[in-house]
Every structure is written in structure tokens, then in C-alpha cells.
Ligand binder design. Structure first.
Ligand code: F6R
Ligand code: ZN
Length: 204
């Protein structure tokens, strides 16, 4: 039964072959078709999509009131795969209330969290089991699975009033991309990314 956020509760993150929450309210599924213009290789994107609308990632959430003071929680599974040389990833977002932070805990797999501020400062942090990542207020965040076969599984908690702002990321993408080079992950510049002071002039 959904919680109202005002009473203590517990649940388990089941750690068998398939990691799972012992209870959840929401299951979000994101497929390739919802990531138009996000992967660098547009031709590879179209080719894969013409064959199948691949499942990129899934999120299981515990529903709580979307209010300041509450912490929303859940787990994300980013599946393995690539579009061209670029690894499967989440859409990524700023929080609509931009001053809200988020904590991630990596349960399984390998990958990166790609982050940036509205001013264009960027950071990329590696994720592996047992690593905790703090995403500060104002930093957009996207998780990327660089594993060949395994899901990247991450637990998250963030303020109930944070909301999601996908708009600016959908237009620009992130400043840095995670691609495979000579068989290993590499961080490269996104050629479509423009610094904030050039966006309005050249995006039109
Ligand atoms: C919530 C958060 C995560 C992501 C999830 C999917 O603020 O950062 O729960 O929502 O990993 O990523 P997006 O929302 O970018 O599709
Ligand atoms: Zn977030």
C-alpha cells in the first residue's frame, strides 16, 4: 500500500540474481524511441529503431507525496547496449527545483554518472558496486551503463519537491558523452553542445 510519507516504514532491496525492491508503486519503462536526438550517431539510432524499439532502462519507484521534506526513492536498471559507439543511458535531467540534490548508491554493474551545471561546468564519476554518489544541487545528471552484459543498477533518493526538467537536456544533450574507444569507455566532447552564451543565437 502506498505510504503517505509521515510514518516510518522499511522495505528491502532483494539481492538475488535479480535485484528488486520488496515493494514498489510505479514501474517506468524507457525505450529507444523516447531518446530522439540524444545519441550522437543519428544513423545508428534510426537503424536500430527500424528493427526494434529497444528497452534502454527501467525505474521502480516508491510513491510518496511530491513535497519538500519527503525523500522519493527507488532503483533504476540501465540495460547494457550501445547506439553506434555510445553506451545506453538515461535521458538525464535537471531538477525543476534546481536547488535540490540527489544521492545514488550503486548496487550492481559498471558505468558513469555524467553531470553538468547550467553554466557548463561538468563532472563524470565512475559507478561500481557499493559506491555512493552525491549529486549536488544545480547539477543535471544522466547515468550510463558501460557494462558489456550486465545491468547498471542504482538506488536513488531525492527531495519530493524536486521535479524533473528534461527540456534543456533534450535540446543540447550533455557536454560530455561516454563512448567506446578501442574496447574501453572514453569521455568525449559532445559536438552538438553549445556554451550557454551561444545557445540562443545558433540553435535557431
Ligand atoms: C530522479 C532521478 C532518477 C531518474 C532515473 C531515470 O530525480 O534522477 O530517479 O529519474 O534514473 O532517469 P531520467 O529521469 O533522466 O529518465
Ligand atoms: Zn534526479
Amino acid at each position: 500500500m502506498p505510504q503517505n510519507g509521515n510514518l516510518p516504514f522499511t522495505y528491502e532491496i532483494l539481492q538475488g540474481e535479480n535485484i528488486a525492491l520488496s515493494a514498489y508503486d510505479n514501474h517506468i519503462i524507457r525505450r529507444l524511441s523516447s531518446m530522439k536526438n540524444q545519441f550522437l550517431d543519428l544513423a545508428a539510432y534510426d537503424t536500430i529503431l527500424s528493427k526494434q524499439d529497444s528497452l534502454l532502462y527501467e525505474v521502480y519507484e516508491i510513491r510518496l507525496p511530491e513535497e519538500a521534506g519527503v525523500l522519493l526513492q527507488g532503483i533504476s536498471f540501465i540495460h547494457p547496449g550501445k547506439v553506434g559507439d555510445e553506451y545506453f543511458m538515461t535521458k538525464g535531467h535537471f531538477h525543476a527545483v534546481i536547488e535540490t540534490a540527489e544521492v545514488y548508491y550503486c548496487l550492481r554493474g559498471t558505468g558513469y554518472m555524467v553531470m553538468e551545471t547550467p553554466e557548463g561546468e561538468w563532472a563524470v564519476k565512475a559507478l561500481s558496486p557499493h559506491k555512493v554518489l552525491y549529486v549536488p544541487p544545480r547539477w543535471a545528471h544522466r547515468s550510463v551503463n558501460t557494462g558489456a552484459q550486465e545491468d547498471l543498477v542504482i538506488f536513488f533518493a531525492y527531495p519530493g519537491n524536486a521535479g524533473h526538467d528534461y527540456g534543456s537536456i533534450e535540446k543540447q544533450g550533455f557536454r560530455k558523452l561516454i563512448v567506446e574507444r578501442a574496447g574501453v569507455p572514453a569521455i568525449i566532447d559532445n559536438p552538438r553542445w553549445l556554451p550557454p552564451d551561444r545557445r540562443n543565437n545558433e540553435a535557431a
